[in-house]
Ligand binder design. Structure first.
Ligand code: ADE
Length: 241
């Protein structure tokens, strides 16, 4: 998948996408990430990308023209059509369902704002959708873009070593449940022992225990995710035990 990121800090994006699963996916050719800096498309000695807001008030607004030229260059670099996604706290909250939808695209363009925001006329003319990564305010869209890059990249075929591990993630099951707890060595520890069932070798019992833990965790921590009417009879029984 190709991802173009329009940002005043392309080096931040390059760094965050160079490590771990995402870095490996890029090495394997599963992610083709390109940073585009609006400052490179700004005119004049100062290469100005922002100015004061009309109507007064604090902060600066990103100017239309450098963004417009930058986006045009990003679009022209590849003929593959791509939605333009603006990261902002006013956007639709990002969910795993949305991540799956984006991960299936051949390409997307992420727009990161800084300062107080981006001139509304640019957003109205060029942006396909706005996405928020949560109900809090960041000082720019770069962290949100890094979140999207990570979440969609790990869903690319071949990005994860164990093909099973994406399917077992929180939110990835058919019911969108939280993940179960995980344990490794040592089996006995001063902070507690590994549940016996996980060491029993009984795969059916292990699967049942994990499912029950997922259900219980979701019920306790994120009841908003659990639509009990949608649960199977077997799941309802596990939850009631
Ligand atoms: N930019 C600033 N705050 C943001 C948020 N919560 N999500 C996405 N982009 C942002």
């Amino acid at each position: 998948m190709r991802i173009d990121v329009i940002t005043l800090f392309p080096e931040f994006m390059a760094q965050s996408a160079s490590l771990g699963v995402v870095g490996r996916a890029a090495e394997r050719g599963l992610l083709d990430l390109h940073g585009w800096n609006p400052r490179d498309y700004a005119e004049g000695n100062y290469r100005r990308v922002d100015d004061r807001p009309f109507g007064g008030g604090p902060g600066m607004v990103m100017l239309i023209e450098p963004l417009r030229a930058c986006l045009a260059a990003a679009k022209a670099a590849d003929p593959t059509p791509a939605p333009v996604i603006y990261l902002s706290p006013q956007g639709k909250p990002l969910t795993q369902a949305k991540v799956r939808e984006l991960a299936a695209l051949p390409r997307m363009i992420l727009l990161c704002g800084r300062y107080e925001g981006v001139d509304e006329r640019f957003l109205a003319a060029e942006v396909t959708e706005e996405i928020s990564i949560g109900d809090y305010v960041l000082s720019g869209g770069e962290l949100g873009a890094a979140v999207i890059v990570d979440a969609v990249t790990r869903l690319q075929e071949g990005a994860l070593n164990d093909a099973e591990s994406a399917a077992q993630d929180s939110f990835e099951g058919p019911q969108g449940l939280l993940d179960c707890p995980h344990y490794s060595q040592p089996a006995q520890h001063e902070w507690g022992d590994v549940p016996d069932v996980l060491r029993s070798g009984n795969h059916a019992a292990i699967a049942r225990w994990r499912r029950q833990q997922s259900l219980l965790r979701t019920w306790l921590r994120r009841p908003d995710l659990l639509d009990e009417s949608q649960l199977s009879k077997a799941d309802r029984k596990l939850l009631a035990e």
